[in-house]
Design a protein around this ligand. Structure first.
Ligand SMILES: [Zn+2]
Length: 339
């Protein structure tokens, strides 16, 4: 079993000693991928932080949430796996089916080359999707790092999203990520032009290392419809900076399950980041010598959040809002609009 949960004694100990007293009663994870069998073509696999998988179902998720956060009331915002070679319609149908808007909330993969305004409008109106998940790869540029945000979110899609007051889970493109001036301008323009859209910058703009975030948040100050999720961030200094600089009610806990359940940690080295994993992974350097005992990316993220909160002396109200209240208010606002 590749998933690092409290089923493993070493994780059970971490949970009891470091996390149990810290975590609030209710946990809403704003960033989770689910996919049924058949989304990936035969023989294709998804390398989830080292382990290769072909599906990650709601059943897997329910079991993992119980085993990662024992004794907690958990809920999640879920979306498919954004791969241009995947069956995005099948993945979207699966997410729609699993969305009860009570425990599981769905976002729709948005492929600007295969979707159209009419389908998107109908899907958002069905309330089985509360927003969209675009992705840089769906722009299908020869070099994905050249992708610009408007290519992921064309006007026809943003008009429908704005009209519905829906969520955009935005994984920003480009090598410089959060620090890219073009990204900063295009995000600010997007939020201003579509004020009813709720834009979530995933992974705080992929700022996995400190240098990428310091001094880079000014462009977003006072933007009322911009939110930030913490998925896969493991660096406490990044968290500390973000918690000090960003509006507390715009921060959303998220993990990137299933990847976040794999063993590993993201580390900063000389103003860059990499993942370190026990098994080789395209995005990591791996512990070939088998020197380390790992826990999940997810528990490393929780450790970083906890440390940043302690250093800043933030109170329990901050913790509860981060793990549940902020996300619940955001989802409630989107759901409430259609009534
Ligand atoms: Zn993700």
């Amino acid at each position: 079993m590749w998933r690092e949960t409290t089923k493993h004694e070493r994780n059970r100990r971490i949970f009891e000693e470091e996390l149990d007293a810290f975590l609030p009663k209710r946990i809403l994870d704003f960033h989770i991928h689910v996919l049924p069998d058949g989304v990936l073509a035969d023989g294709e696999q998804f390398h989830s932080g080292g382990p290769a998988i072909t599906s990650y179902t709601y059943e897997d998720l329910a079991q993992d949430l119980a085993e990662v956060y024992p004794g907690r009331e958990t809920s999640a915002v879920c979306f498919g796996l954004p791969r241009p070679d995947g069956d995005w319609a099948r993945n979207n149908a699966y997410v729609a089916e699993g969305s009860d808007n009570k425990r599981f909330y769905g976002l729709r993969l948005l492929d600007p080359h295969r979707d159209d305004a009419e389908t998107l409008r109908a899907d958002l109106a069905s309330r089985r999707f509360l927003g969209v998940k675009p992705y840089p790869d769906y722009a299908r540029n020869a070099d994905v790092s050249e992708t610009e945000i408007p290519e992921m979110l064309p006007d026809w899609a943003m008009e429908v999203i704005d009209e519905a007051g829906a969520i955009v889970m935005l994984h920003i493109p480009r090598r410089e990520r959060l620090a890219d001036p073009l990204n900063q301008r295009q995000i600010s323009e997007l939020c201003a032009r579509y004020p009813r859209a709720k834009v979530v910058m995933a992974h705080i703009g992929r700022a996995y290392y400190l240098q990428n975030i310091v001094g880079q948040l000014d462009a977003f100050k006072g933007v009322p419809n911009l939110y930030y999720d913490l998925a896969m961030l493991n660096n406490w200094e990044v968290m500390e900076y973000a918690f000090a600089e960003l509006p507390a009610d715009k921060l959303l806990y998220g993990t990137d399950i299933p990847i976040a359940l794999a063993p590993g940690k993201s580390v900063e080295i000389n103003n860059q980041y990499t993942y370190v994993t026990p098994k080789p992974w395209a995005l990591s350097i791996s512990d070939d010598h088998g020197k380390l005992v790992f826990t999940s990316f997810l528990y490393e993220e929780l450790r970083a959040i906890k440390k940043a909160i302690a250093r800043l002396g933030l109170d329990r109200a901050f913790v509860e809002a981060l793990f549940h209240g902020n996300g619940a208010a955001l989802l409630g606002g989107v759901l409430g609009k259609g009534k």
